[in-house]
Design a protein around this ligand. Sequence first.
Ligand SMILES: [Cu+2]
Length: 232
Amino acid sequence: MHFKALLLSAPVVLANVYTIDVGESPLTFSPKTISAKVGDTVIFHLYSSHDVAQGSFDKPCQPLSGGFYSGPFSGTDNGNKKFVMNVTSTDPIYFYCAVQKHCPNGMVGGINIPSGDKSIEAYASAAKAATPSAPASLSGGKLETDQELAALTASASATASASRSASGSASTGAASGTPAASGSSKPSGSATAAASGTASAKASSTGAADALIASQGYGIVAAAFGVVAWFL
Ligand SMILES: [Cu+2]
């Protein structure tokens, strides 16, 4: 099962970068909610004079201990610096504007928010009666200029392609170290490549994974036989 763990840990999806406008149209986050994966980046673009703080469903308009906070709008060089945070969990994240009564007046949003009784509408509804408070200082992210963000986006792409190469090599490594390939049917193109050790990072990792799964449980002799049979 060792190589199965390798397959499961191979990252095959790209990191996404989301931008949420904070108060561009008054008392709203836009978009109000997003779905994001671990590894994704969220950029909050603050407009005068709003901010964003992570809260919790149970205590609307109150800071979550250990949560993120952009700091006040005054720290953003008139909105030129954006607050950037990384998604490190797929648990629901509720956030709100901590300025004055913006939160009770509906300025809330979230990431990976469920439907039902903990929906963003339910959070907004509970917030109406809440007494808002703001965190003490910036936490859980950082303020970046557009120039710094451009570098971040470029490095996100670089990381993504590095991940793709890494998963390609991981699959290849698993294939050559593991009894593999089917003796009962013709190996697919990917299986042939993997068994003969010539799979490159260009091979689709999904294809390689499929081939490995399809060939699980057979001996390397069978792999050799399969390769020979393929050429006959
Ligand atoms: Cu606000």
